[in-house]
Write a protein that binds this ligand. Structure first.
Ligand SMILES: NC(=O)c1ccc[n+]([C@@H]2O[C@H](COP(=O)([O-])OP(=O)(O)OC[C@H]3O[C@@H](n4cnc5c(N)ncnc54)[C@H](OP(=O)(O)O)[C@@H]3O)[C@@H](O)[C@H]2O)c1
Length: 272
């Protein structure tokens, strides 16, 4: 199978926030048309919303939707993943399965679907909701390059994609999965600093958030090392180097490294 042909059908098992972000993304990028997409979820109010908002087909029976699909995105909460895999594992065996379920390893999905199952594990993050997501993809042994391209296209519709070996998925969870929360905290704290120095709250929040966005885009778009970009704004005896000195005294680098490590370890514990 190559990148999504027009006849291909995509189904989502679980129509929550991540499924909605992906539906929005693939429709906006015209990878799939609404009539090619089927979503199942036990919550009929949720299904009504998805049908009204995006024109996709909906239903409450997972088996029925999956049987008519070429690609299935598993988007249920980790707590119900085992039950869903038990329910539809046999039909998933014949389809390209992309799981976004945090912490559920390829091996566990393989156990439910059989050793020949074609499975890709994805770890997106919340900015996918606004098409600025970061997704890591890990592929199962049976995946062909064309299937990887198909998954890449789906997740590129909501942001950037990197391919990693599955053994790095916990570190991905600790960095880009949990990372938006670290940055929210930084934005809030920087805005608090502005308020402390007399800025109105609203202005301080915009100044902080746009500064983080602009700096991140400079790293991505210039390809320059962040240390080089930092050096360019730290003029001798100036304001920035005074602020940087204080951050180093407070151990910002070490604490961020610790945060990624702590979240990675927690992900390893939860994954068992
Ligand atoms: N949100 C993120 O940023 C993010 C990032 C990375 C990974 N993920 C992963 O993506 C998955 C979905 O997350 P989410 O934030 O979209 O969660 P969510 O909003 O809770 O969506 C999950 C949906 O699955 C439905 N569901 C429950 N049991 C089901 C069943 N047996 N068959 C079909 N659907 C069922 C739920 O319905 P009810 O509410 O009625 O139970 C809910 O609508 C999770 O495994 C999460 O780890 C999410």
């Amino acid at each position: 199978m190559s990148s999504p042909p027009s006849a291909q059908k995509l189904s989502f098992v679980g129509g929550g926030r991540m499924a909605e972000a992906l539906i929005k993304g693939v429709l906006a990028s015209k990878i799939y048309k609404a009539e090619q997409i089927h979503v199942t979820d036990p919550d009929t109010a949720r299904l009504d919303h998805l049908k009204t908002q995006y024109g996709v087909q909906t239903g409450v029976t997972n088996h029925e939707a999956v049987v008519f699909s070429d690609v299935v995105i598993l988007a249920v909460k980790p707590q119900v993943a085992a039950e869903v895999l038990k329910e539809i594992g046999d039909v998933l065996a014949k389809r390209l399965v992309i799981s976004v379920v945090a912490g559920v390893r390829l091996g566990r999905i393989m156990e439910a679907c059989g050793p020949k199952a074609r499975i890709i594990r994805a770890m997106p993050n919340t900015p996918a909701m606004i098409s600025e997501g970061m997704t890591a993809l890990a592929i199962g042994a049976e995946i062909e390059e064309s299937e990887m391209r198909c998954a890449r296209q789906i997740f590129e519709s909501v942001g950037r994609v990197v391919r990693v070996d599955e053994r790095f998925m916990d570190a991905v969870t600790g960095l880009s999965g949990s990372g938006p929360a670290y940055v929210f905290l930084m934005i809030e704290a920087m805005a608090d600093g502005g308020v402390k120095m007399g800025l109105p709250r609203e202005a301080a929040s915009i100044l902080a958030a746009q500064t983080v966005l602009g700096a991140a885009r400079m790293v991505l778009e210039t390809g320059d090392h962040p240390a080089r970009l930092k050096d360019q704004v730290a003029s001798p005896g100036g304001t920035t180097i005074a602020g940087l000195h204080r951050l180093e005294q407070g151990g910002l680098r070490g604490i961020l490294i610790d945060a990624v490590e702590a979240a990675t370890r927690r992900s390893q514990e939860l994954g068992g």
